[in-house]
Design a protein around this ligand. Sequence first.
Ligand SMILES: Nc1ncnc2c1ncn2[C@@H]1O[C@H](COP(=O)(O)OP(=O)(O)O)[C@@H](O)[C@H]1O
Ligand SMILES: O=C(OP(=O)(O)O)[C@H](O)COP(=O)(O)O
Length: 382
Amino acid sequence: MKTLDDLLSEGVAGRRVLLRADLNVPLDGEKITDDGRIRAVLPTLNALLEGGATVTVVSHLGRPKGAPDPKYTLAPVAARLSELLGGPVNFGAAGDAKVTLLENLRFNPGETSKDEGERKAFAQELAAHGDVYVDDAFGAVHRKHASVYDVAALLPHYTGYLVARELEVLSKLTGEAERPYVVVLGGSKVSDKLAVIEALLPKVDKLLIGGGMCFTFLKAQGYEVGKSLLQDEMVDTCKDLLQRGGDKIVLPTDVLSADKFAADAAVQTVGVDAIPADGLGLDIGPESVAAFAAALESAKTVFWNGPMGVFELAPFAAGTRGVAEAITKVDGFTVVGGGDSAAAVRALGIPEDGFSHISTGGGASLEFLEGKALPGIVALEG
Ligand SMILES: Nc1ncnc2c1ncn2[C@@H]1O[C@H](COP(=O)(O)OP(=O)(O)O)[C@@H](O)[C@H]1O
Ligand SMILES: O=C(OP(=O)(O)O)[C@H](O)COP(=O)(O)O
């Protein structure tokens, strides 16, 4: 793979660079609640600007359905990027500034289309913005999307500093990871991540499952989960995983059940056998936090992706905080990955140096750990 330093030594003065970034930041309305992913691309962007390039930055935000949706505009990101760069950023179309951020890629159906022709057509449109392509969107390298995969075939392509660094650090988690190796999974992207568990099971010593992920497993164990996040069609898969995983898989034994998805909800801590029919499980309970912390105590390698609960709402942050703190006490190599997981660490005031590495990618890291070929990396290798 050619690197950004290769490109800089070729010289970028006066050249147009198409830069794929992952600026999929958490938002509260129009307010960015964590700008970590914007900051993470600054070294690459600044190096290109210092080299004299004109840069068109492209990114997705959230999961709009292939059409413009004001809820998912990158406008707040353009404003924050401009603040962080200390200079102007054109938004939506090229202008006087050296940096342009285009609107959310996923407003175009070609970006995520399963139809290769449709994706390639959109990749052609994107390629028109650059003489060369730099991929620094580590969080999206596991997506076979036009801006991540197809466009690389159309332009000379290079890895950005973030992608290079992430691959270097995460490669310590594959192959000869020191044992015990504990993976902690949570979050809300249940269907994406259930598929990863199967591949990870043989590689790890313990798999702790909390967050929105755990309810499909609890259902598979025979418990009723009320109105909690549930992937009904995956219950049988979970039964099979539980059987194969044996005592490697650790599930919560208690949860916080709320009467609504809100900070002022009425909340009760219940055993997993007593989740009310109208209850929403929004965090793991204290007994589970203690069990997860105990399982982490002797770990030598830890990877954590996905908050243990809806940490954005104060009453449901304790599980994520407890697990994060337990990981910071581990005497070994510890990685937390994922847009929201990294944001949670910062939002909860957990010292960032308590982890060996904070990755910008959740799903991307998991698929890398799994040993899967990542489309965004395959494309850069070609
Ligand atoms: N029990 C739960 N029910 C619903 N949502 C949850 C639950 N636990 C965690 N979440 C949500 O999961 C989201 C993060 O999930 P995900 O995107 O998978 O993580 P990451 O971005 O770190 O990969 C957070 O916004 C959090 O509120
Ligand atoms: O937030 C992301 O992934 P993550 O939640 O796994 O860290 C990336 O921006 C990828 O987004 P996607 O999972 O909608 O393709």
